[in-house]
Every structure is written in structure tokens, then in C-alpha cells.
Design a protein. Sequence first.
Length: 118
Amino acid sequence: FATEESPIEIQIDVTDMVKSYIADNPGETEITFALCEMNGNRIHIGSKEGGISSVALLDVRYEGQEEEEAAAEKAARVEQIKETLTKVAIIAVPVIVVIAAVIIIIVVIKKHKKAKKS
């Protein structure tokens, strides 16, 4: 594949490396390749083996990704806590009002009975 930014294209056939890795590490489902850091990295992944089930899945990781993911997870947790507190408040406020009303009714009834006895 070519890019407009650079006339340089490097092709590396990693078929033998991957086959060797699979043979040496049966059961492993992940393999990692690293690129040096520079602007304009472009990656083209192709498969000499045909078919959808034979094509490698690509998971791109970059510097700072863990921090970004942690911040996003924290924001999601905070949002979930806010939603939970809102739900609790929606339930708790009417319950507190009902309990307060019952207490007031009981006090009024007791005062009324006490006033009748006197």
C-alpha cells in the first residue's frame, strides 16, 4: 500500500514467524508486533491465507491508551453512581414524607385522645 506522505513502503512477511510462534506456543491466541514511534505510521495487514476465519483481528494500542481508558471507566462509574443516587432519592423522598405524615397523624391522634381524657 502507498501513502501520500511518503514514497517509502516497507513490506515484511511475518508468515514464518507467526507459524513458528503458533508451533512453540500452542493455545495462544494473541501475538504482538511493535512499531517504533514516529509520525505517520501506516499499517496494512493482509493474509496470504484466504477466508474470513483466517484473517487476523487487529487490536491497535497506543501510548496513553491505558490512561484514557481508565479515565473513561472512572467517568462511567461516576455517572452510574449519580444515576443510582438519583434512583434512591426518588424512592427515599416519598417514603420519608409518608413516614413523617404517619408520625404527625399519630401525634395528633394522641393529643386528641389526651385532650378528651382531660
